[in-house]
Write a protein that binds this ligand. Structure first.
Ligand code: CAA
Length: 240
């Protein structure tokens, strides 16, 4: 069945790979982005996937943006809360602003993205909620008290939503990527990155498509009994 999917942060990095994988699976996809107009235009040109600009940290912007997507593409069946940022600093140097920016985007952004689509999913008795968490939400990470808090929070969100949505045909699951070859990981100082790669038994960074395939499976009609789960894709770096 043709489904409509919303992917936040869906025009770059892991999000772009997810948008493309869902399109390849037959979905009509809307990809959101926060600021990089040029990258979004290029993404639409290359893939034919429509992009929409809003700040996931704002409930008003999210609700208005989602209403526009639903008006143009139809009711959203699949929502992938992927948008995320880092503001890394050792805790003694972390500013309240660095804390708040990450909480607003990565954690409140999940609420703002899922809450407006939830009533429609309940009414239609079908929904797929997939939240992109992180290995660092599972194990913690030096200089990421803010980020790890949000990514651990994602796991609490999906476990709770799973219980609320199960009877209405809605599943909620998380994917925890390890270190993936994206701009976010490339922004880590080279020496630190090399030391991280040396801790990955697979001996390499993951590819965005390796995460996208996990999401595509969770988004499919076939995955209905998988609910409240976490798929870890990290090259054996960490086991829960
Ligand atoms: N473990 C233990 N100690 C560490 C460390 C680590 N992982 N990383 C740094 N340190 C140490 C340094 O060696 C240094 O020690 P000394 O003072 O004894 O020399 C100290 O901690 C850091 O001191 P600095 O004052 O130099 O730190 P800084 O204020 O310049 O911050 C940093 C540097 C932000 C921590 C930088 O090293 C960094 O970005 N680290 C990477 C953090 C990281 O892994 N982020 C993940 C990003 S990818 C992602 O988030 C995607 C995902 O989901 C996986």
């Amino acid at each position: 069945m043709a489904r409509t999917a919303l992917v936040t942060g869906g025009s770059r990095g892991i999000g772009a790979a997810i948008s493309e994988a869902l399109k390849a699976q037959g979905c009509t996809v809307a990809a959101t982005y926060a600021g990089n107009d040029e990258a979004a235009a290029k993404f639409t040109e290359e893939t034919g996937i429509k992009t929409y600009k809003w700040n996931v940290g704002s409930y008003e912007e999210s609700a208005a943006g989602i209403a526009k997507v639903e008006e143009e593409l139809g009711p959203i069946d699949i929502v992938v809360a992927n948008a995320g940022i880092t503001r890394d600093a050792p805790f003694h140097k972390m500013t309240p602003q660095q804390w708040q920016e990450v909480i607003d985007t990565n954690l409140t952004g999940v609420f703002n993205t899922v809450h407006p689509v939830w009533p429609g999913m309940r009414e239609r008795k079908f929904g797929r909620v997939i939240v992109i968490s992180s290995i660092n939400g599972q194990k913690g990470q030096f200089a990421q008290v803010n980020y790890a808090a949000t990514k651990a929070g994602d796991l609490g969100i999906v476990k709770s939503l799973a219980q609320e949505g199960a009877r209405a045909g809605i599943t909620a699951n998380a994917v925890c990527p390890g270190y993936i070859a994206t701009e976010m990981v490339m922004a880590v100082p080279e020496k630190v990155r090399e030391s991280i790669i040396s801790q990955i038994p697979a001996g390499r960074l993951g590819e965005p498509e390796e995460i996208a395939r996990c999401v595509a499976f969770l988004a499919s009609d076939d995955s209905g009994f998988i609910n409240g789960s976490t798929i870890s894709a990290n090259g054996a770096q960490f086991f829960v």
